[in-house]
Ligand binder design. Structure first.
Ligand code: G
Ligand code: G
Ligand code: MN
Ligand code: NA
Length: 254
């Protein structure tokens, strides 16, 4: 309960902020997108990591309110970077199931786009498999409504949840993000390598994008590129960083 009080105060005092982790094109090595990641600037000290507070936000229902702020802030910041003259990037935002189930999601997204002036194709929502399994019919119609806004949809942590391959056929998905648990040992574990290569082929043949998450070294990056993986994300390229830091990196790249 103490945590919930602190989180309510955090919402009121605007103690949340976003970091951004670059997403890299495997061929050009250019930054083509960023993932927005929620951070809490706790007044009594250190930055608190989301694994400590997102579960509480979900349990209390505060995640809907905070998640709305995340979507709006990601759109605002991304449009600002475009207005500063940087090459347009796609910003992706993680959704929790409470947000996906809330009636206001489509409205929240469309007003975030309208108020920021961000073109819809520069926003992506990351959904997890667990969020899609119950009430599949509702999930499909909601995803179509979101797609009609012009945004992109991806499946995050792909392979760790209830992966029913039938949903790849039925859901309007633009991109799969392979969970980093398959990437970590890709150089030494033949099963991981086989799984990643198969997912890569699958994504390619379905005509959807594929992001490898948690790429931490050049060995993994080379193997992934060989498997046909088109996009990379991970500490090898960049940790999640503040908006200003990202702007300075984009500046250096010209
Ligand atoms: O940033 P970090 O690796 O600590 O993130 C831990 C978890 O928190 C990840 O699963 C990530 O998807 C999730 N997460 C980060 N930001 C958000 C957010 O804005 N909304 C939701 N629902 N989850 C987030
Ligand atoms: O569940 P999701 O994929 O949204 O989680 C994203 C989180 O994964 C980020 O918040 C980030 O802190 C973490 N992350 C990103 N890249 C790496 C990486 O290369 N290694 C590890 N261990 N974690 C990473
Ligand atoms: Mn994610
Ligand atoms: Na993920």
């Amino acid at each position: 309960l103490k945590m919930e009080t602190a989180l309510r105060r955090a919402v009121a005092n605007e103690e949340f902020f976003l970091q951004y982790q670059p997403r890299i094109c495997a061929h050009t090595q250019q930054i083509i997108g960023i993932e927005a990641l929620l951070r809490w600037n706790h007044p009594e000290g250190e930055m608190v990591l989301p694994s400590c507070f997102i579960p509480q936000l979900e349990e209390s229902g505060l995640i809907v309110q905070v998640g709305t702020w995340v979507i709006r802030e990601a759109c605002r910041q991304n449009k600002l970077w475009q207005d500063m003259g940087f090459e347009p990037l796609c910003v992706s935002v993680n959704l929790s199931s409470r947000q996906f189930r809330s009636e206001s999601l489509v409205n929240t997204v469309s007003s975030a786009l309208a108020d920021s002036g961000l073109e819809p194709r520069y926003l992506e929502l990351e959904l997890t498999e667990s969020l899609l399994v119950d009430n599949t019919e509702h999930a499909i119609s909601l995803m179509h409504a979101l797609k009609e806004l012009g945004i992109a949809l991806s499946i995050d942590d792909f392979g760790t949840g209830y992966s029913s391959l039938s949903y790849l056929k039925r859901f309007p998905i633009d991109c799969l993000k392979i969970d980093r648990s398959f990437i970590t040992d890709i150089a030494s574990n033949a099963k991981d390598a086989a799984i990643v290569e198969a997912i890569s082929t699958l994504a390619h043949n379905l005509g959807i994008g594929l992001v490898a998450e948690g790429v931490e070294n050049i060995n993994q990056a080379k193997l992934l590129k060989g498997f046909g993986c088109t996009e990379m994300q991970g500490y090898f390229y960049s940790k999640p960083i503040d908006a200003n830091h990202l702007a300075s990196i984009l500046n250096q790249l010209g």
